[in-house]
Design a protein around this ligand. Structure first.
Ligand code: SAH
Ligand code: SF4
Length: 331
C-alpha cells in the first residue's frame, strides 16, 4: 500500500494510513477515511476497489460455533468457521474454492478444485468475520483448515500470512496462526524458509504408505518418510510443536498397531497429535470408530509421552466440522 500511495503521487506514509483504515479499523468506505487527502481518495476510487466477500449465510451451531458462507464477486463460495473455546475465539479460513487433492474421507475433496483464492480474499474472511462479532469479542487464533490446500496456493497463502501478522496491518502473533497441509513436502520446505514463525499442522492420517496411499492420493508423490523428514527441518518456535492431525476411521487406521507405529514415526520430532474422530457425510464409505477405540488409541499415545488431544469437531450439526465443508459455485 506504500507502493500504491507512491504510484498515485502521495507520500508512502499515506499507504500506511490506508492500511490502518482497512485492517486495523475495519473500514472499507473511502469516504470515511477522513485523514486521507481528497485527491488521494479520488485516485483510489478511480483506480482500485476495496472488496469484501458477502456474508451470504451465518449459521450458529449448538456448540457455539458459527459457520459463515461467504460469496465473492464472481459467485464463488467458501466457508469460514468461528469457534469459541474458553478464552479463545478461533477462525478457520479457506484458501481455495474446493480442493484438488481428493482425500477419500474429505467432503471438500469431492468438489474438485474450482479456483485459488487471492491473498486479499483470504484476509477478507478475517475482516468480515470480525464484523459479525459482538462488541468486546475478538478473534484470538486463526487456523488455515477450511476449504482447500494452503500450500497448493502458496503465494497467496504466504502473502495473507504476512498481512495477518504485520503489526501495521492485522497484527496477529504468528504463534496464534496454524497452517494445515495435506503434506506437500516442497511447500513445507519453502514455508520453512519464509521466517514467518507460524505453526504447522500436518494431515498425516495413516502410519503406513500402503494405507496413506489409499486414503490420501498425495502420498503417492510424497511418502510418509519424506514428509516427516521435511517436518524435522521445519523451524518450530520456542515451546511450540508441530501438530499431526489424525482422522480416526473405523478399522482403517485406528488399531493399536497403528498407534504404536505412529509413536515410532514421530520419534525425534517436537510433535503433538490431534485425533479427529471422523465426521460422517453421505456416501463417504467410512465410519467413526466407537468411543472406546478412540480413547484407547489416545491412551496408547499418551502412555508413550506424546501430547495427544481429541478434536471433537465443532459445528457438526451445521455441516461446518472438519472435512464437511462444501459450497457450490454459482455465477
Ligand atoms: N487441506 C488441508 C487443510 C484442511 S484442514 C489439509 O488437509 O490439511 C481440514 C482437516 O480436517 C484436515 O486434517 C483433514 O484431513 C481433516 N478432515 C477432512 N475430512 C474429514 C472428516 N470427514 N472428518 C474429520 N476430519 C476430516
Ligand atoms: Fe483437500 Fe485437505 Fe480435504 Fe485432502 S483433507 S481433500 S487436502 S481439504
Amino acid at each position: 500500500m506504500e507502493a500504491l500511495a507512491e504510484s498515485l503521487g502521495v507520500p508512502r506514509y499515506r499507504g500506511r494510513q490506508l492500511a490502518q483504515w482497512i485492517f486495523v479499523k475495519g473500514v472499507s468506505d473511502l469516504d470515511a477515511m477522513s485523514d486521507l487527502p481528497k485527491d488521494f481518495r479520488a485516485a483510489l476510487a478511480a483506480q482500485t476497489s476495496i472488496e469484501l466477500p458477502e456474508v451470504e449465510r451465518r449459521t450458529p451451531s449448538q456448540d457455539g460455533s458459527q459457520k459463515l458462507v461467504l460469496r465473492y464477486g464472481d459467485g464463488a463460495r467458501v466457508q469460514a468457521v468461528l469457534m469459541p473455546d474458553a478464552d479463545r475465539l478461533t477462525l478457520c479460513v479457506s484458501t481455495q474454492v474446493g480442493c484438488g487433492f481428493g482425500c477419500a474421507f474429505c467432503f471438500t475433496g469431492t468438489m474438485g478444485l474450482e479456483r485459488n483464492l487471492t491473498a486479499g480474499e483470504i484476509v477478507g474472511q478475517v475482516l468480515v468475520a470480525r464484523r459479525t462479532l459482538e462488541a468486546g469479542t475478538r478473534i484470538t487464533h486463526i487456523v488455515y483448515m477450511g476449504m482447500g490446500e494452503p500450500l497448493a496456493n502458496y503465494a497467496a497463502t504466504v502473502t495473507s500470512l504476512r498481512i495477518l501478522t504485520d503489526p501495521k496491518a492485522l497484527g496477529f502473533s504468528p504463534r496464534r496462526i496454524t497452517v494445515s497441509t495435506v503434506g506437500l513436502v516442497s511447500g513445507i520446505e519453502r514455508l520453512a524458509r519464509e521466517n514467518l514463525k507460524v505453526n504447522l499442522a500436518i494431515s498425516l492420517h495413516a502410519t503406513s504408505n500402503q494405507i496413506r496411499n489409499r486414503i490420501m492420493p498425495v502420498n503417492k508423490g510424497f511418502a510418509i518418510e519424506e514428509l516427516l523428514e521435511a517436518c524435522r527441518g521445519f523451524p518450530v518456535a520456542f515451546r511450540q510443536r508441530i501438530t499431526f492431525e489424525y482422522v480416526l476411521l473405523d478399522r482403517v487406521n485406528d488399531s493399536a498397531e497403528d498407534a504404536r507405529r505412529l509413536v515410532r514415526l514421530l520419534k525425534g520430532i517436537r510433535a503433538k497429535v490431534n485425533l479427529i474422530p471422523f465426521n460422517d457425510w453421505d456416501g463417504s464409505g467410512f465410519q467413526r470408530p466407537p468411543l472406546q477405540r478412540i480413547l484407547a488409541f489416545q491412551s496408547l499415545l499418551l502412555e508413550e509421552g506424546i501430547r495427544t488431544t481429541i478434536r471433537w469437531s465443532k459445528g457438526e450439526d451445521i455441516g461446518a466440522a472438519c472435512g464437511q465443508l462444501k459450497e457450490a459455485v454459482t455465477v
